[in-house]
Design a protein around this ligand. Structure first.
Ligand SMILES: [Mg+2]
Length: 174
């Protein structure tokens, strides 16, 4: 059970991920969480850095999709400015939207990775369905209200993972 909370890879940020390695591993579709993965929760637009990263990933032939539990209204400036597909109200860690995306874009589990900052939504959801899960540290200490509840649970899970030598905050691996 605790294994489902352990990310397959753990990096400091989305800018530290070894995308070349993902490519070599056969990953073709990257599902990015939005809040605190791409931007802090209070930022309503993409910045230059994320523009450049996503341009680069698209050039490398990755399918890039923002998969967020936030509503459409929050996602639309990112969808429009970055010219990428978005899945709103994704209800991670539920499997439904993961399945829907895989089916819609015709990717296998082995070709897909989720990248996010939360063990309880992004990592747990991705592991439940069986795609590659990549954890990054949250960009900001600020969270939406619902997330701050998740963070408390996350602390407990992290302590359990640490006890079993499965995961330790700040010890990155891929
Ligand atoms: Mg997040």
């Amino acid at each position: 059970m605790m294994d489902l909370f352990r990310p397959d890879m753990y990096y400091k940020s989305i800018y530290d991920i070894n995308y070349m390695k993902l490519k070599k591993d056969g990953i073709k579709c990257l599902l990015f969480d939005l809040d605190n993965t791409i931007v802090p929760p209070h930022e309503s637009k993409p910045n230059r850095k994320i523009h450049d990263l996503f341009d680069n990933l698209k050039e490398q032939d990755f399918k890039v999709i923002i998969m967020s539990n936030s509503p459409k209204k929050r996602l639309s400036p990112f969808k429009d400015e970055l010219i990428i597909d978005c899945s709103a109200i994704s209800m991670k860690p539920l499997k439904k939207k993961f399945n829907k995306i895989l089916k819609q874009y015709k990717f296998d589990l082995s070709q897909t990775a989720i990248i996010g900052d939360q063990l309880i939504t992004d990592v747990f959801g991705g592991n439940r369905i069986g795609i590659t899960t990549i954890l990054v540290n949250p960009i900001s200490k600020k969270d939406f209200k619902i997330t701050s509840i998740n963070r408390k649970l996350e602390k407990i899970i992290e302590a359990k993972l640490d006890k079993r030598s499965l995961f330790k905050r700040g010890e990155y691996y891929d």
